[in-house]
Design a protein around this ligand. Structure first.
Ligand SMILES: *Cc1c(COP(=O)(O)O)cnc(C)c1O
Length: 404
């Protein structure tokens, strides 16, 4: 027992010493106003992944309430027993036809979906080739798998090509996995090139957690934007879809393989019909004219923010302590990273912004490379130009620029 005690207390002490202690903060979200209330104080929220503002949309609330009244709040079991509700079946059919696949299978979360894919497909001798900046859910499953893990240079087709050409034992397979939009940099993967290089040499898997709902015609995501179809597409519902859960899209044969053998599917309670019905309503909205309008507003907000931020950054004097490190990364997505440099500086700026009523998160190494601590600003369709003005003004005050 003493071994556990030493190990656990040591790890906790280390988190404190490295100034990397994570915490969960209880908060209340008021979506329409992009407001977040923490400990009784209200802030403008620039750290939400609810990119289209759908989490509190009246049509989703209505769908949820109708479903609750008729079907209750729980699914009552695994989909392999009695948990596979009509609502869930309809959701899967809709997803498959909307995204152009034979089949869709819903998992309770994106984390589980990625684990399920790697767990089921990768056997001893197989190789996983993942983008270096892939999400923790992908990396963790890959590390725990019996296969060999290679990490190709971020968004670099040549690097992928090299790994794909390494010798492989007979009957072994390779699985290439990347994301549509990267969560820390907001950049988009060159999926067309990666798909072409992978074709016939391995299974191509794309996790489009941050692209679905936002990119491509009807919000069908990054793959549709590039007009490619990976062997498996992962979409998650906790971001632009405004709810939670995830689905994998695949061929009929692959889907059958998962239904027979995917343990996280077979031995986990299916999502409640209420959630399935809400997700269905959300996807309908996303692919409708309303969805187009929300995406338009989001795009306008992104353009407006970048324009204002660039003006602000260009006004930074040469002797400003952060002059050489401050940088707005090029990003066409709702994720807008502002590099600050050192972890402590990023924390200080984020704290000062909080005092001015702006909520956003500082992302520090080791989540991002050394000396690239940043503020991750996320924009949504619920923001107004006035809110973005408030953000910019707060930045300019925190960076001490306003009267120079
Ligand atoms: C958020 C995220 C996930 C996890 O999805 P959840 O549904 O929140 O578990 C997986 N992959 C990527 C790239 C993500 O950004």
């Amino acid at each position: 027992m003493n071994g556990w005690k030493t190990r656990i207390e040591g790890a906790l002490q280390q988190a404190i010493e490295c100034n990397q202690k994570r915490r969960r903060i209880a908060c209340e979200i008021v979506q329409q106003k992009s407001e977040i209330i923490v400990a009784g104080r209200s802030y403008l929220n620039f750290s939400s992944n609810d990119y289209l503002g759908l989490s509190q949309h009246p049509e989703l609330l209505q769908a949820a309430m109708v479903a609750v009244k008729t079907e209750g709040v729980g699914s009552g079991g695994s989909g392999h027993v009695t948990g596979y509700s009509e609502s869930l079946a309809s959701l899967e059919h809709y997803l498959a036809s909307w995204l152009g696949y034979d089949s869709a299978i819903v998992y309770p979360s994106g984390f589980t979906a990625n684990q399920a894919i790697i767990k089921l497909l990768i056997e001893k001798g197989d190789r996983i080739i993942a983008d270096r900046l892939s999400h923790a859910s992908i990396m963790e499953a890959a590390i725990l798998s019996p296969g060999e893990l290679r990490r190709f240079k971020h968004n670099d087709p040549q690097s992928l090509q090299q790994y794909l050409s390494l010798p492989l034992s007979d009957n072994a397979g390779q699985l290439v996995i990347t994301e549509g939009v990267f969560s820390m940099d907001g950049d988009i993967a060159p999926l067309d090139q990666l798909a072409k290089i992978t074709a016939d040499r391995g299974l191509f898997v794309v996790d489009d957690a941050h692209g679905i709902g936002v990119l491509g015609a009807e919000g069908r995501g990054t793959c549709h934007h590039f007009k490619i179809q990976p062997d498996i597409l992962v979409v998650t519902f906790g971001k632009a879809v405004g709810c939670s859960g995830a689905a994998i899209l695949l061929s009929k044969t692959l889907a059958e393989y998962f239904v027979q053998y995917s343990r996280p599917l077979i031995y986990s309670t299916a999502i409640p019909p209420m959630q399935a019905a809400t997700l269905f309503a959300s996807l309908q909205l996303i692919s409708s004219h309303t969805g187009d309008l929300l995406r338009q507003r989001l795009a306008q907000n992104i353009a407006y923010f970048r324009e204002k931020m660039k003006i602000l950054l260009s006004a930074i004097p040469a002797d400003h302590p952060l002059q050489s490190s401050l940088q707005l990364l090029p990003s066409a997505t709702p994720i807008q990273p502002l590099i600050i440099g050192e972890s402590n500086d990023a924390l200080k700026v984020a704290d000062s912004l909080k005092q001015k009523g702006i909520w956003l998160s500082a992302i520090r190494p080791p989540t991002v490379p050394p000396k690239s601590a940043r503020l991750r600003i996320t924009l949504t369709a619920s923001h107004t130009p006035e809110m973005i003005d408030r953000l910019i003004k707060a930045f300019s005050q925190v960076l001490n620029l306003q009267n120079r």
